[in-house]
Design a protein around this ligand. Structure first.
Ligand SMILES: [Zn+2]
Length: 108
């Protein structure tokens, strides 16, 4: 009877992240659309370095969003990948796919 507590963790996703999940999915769909557009520009005209660069940046953002959604499923979303401390909510609102807190230097 007292062992029930230990099994709760794995099956209860944090409901607080629901709006962030929606934001991530919306942002991802937007990035995919923009990237498709950018790539179509590189196909139909003379290879456009600006469009290619934009497509590459968008792909990176899509990958960051996917990683954030994976972390959400794994239950590690909202924690800095580098130091493990909680990422401030206001940072996640601006950049829901942020993988690190404001203190840790970003790889980019
Ligand atoms: Zn950190």
């Amino acid at each position: 009877m007292t062992t029930a507590l230990s099994s709760v963790r794995t099956t209860s996703p944090s409901p607080d992240w629901a709006p962030f999940r929606v934001a991530l999915q919306t942002q991802r769909a937007d990035c995919v659309d923009q990237r498709t557009l950018a790539l179509s520009e590189t196909v139909t005209s003379v290879p456009d370095a600006v469009a290619l660069g934009r497509a590459a940046i968008l792909l990176r953002t899509i990958e960051e969003i996917d990683a954030a959604l994976d972390r959400m499923d794994a239950g590690t979303y909202g924690a800095c990948l580098h130091c493990g401390s909680a990422i401030p909510p206001e940072r996640l609102e601006l950049r829901p796919f942020a993988a690190g807190c404001v203190i840790c230097p970003q790889a980019s």
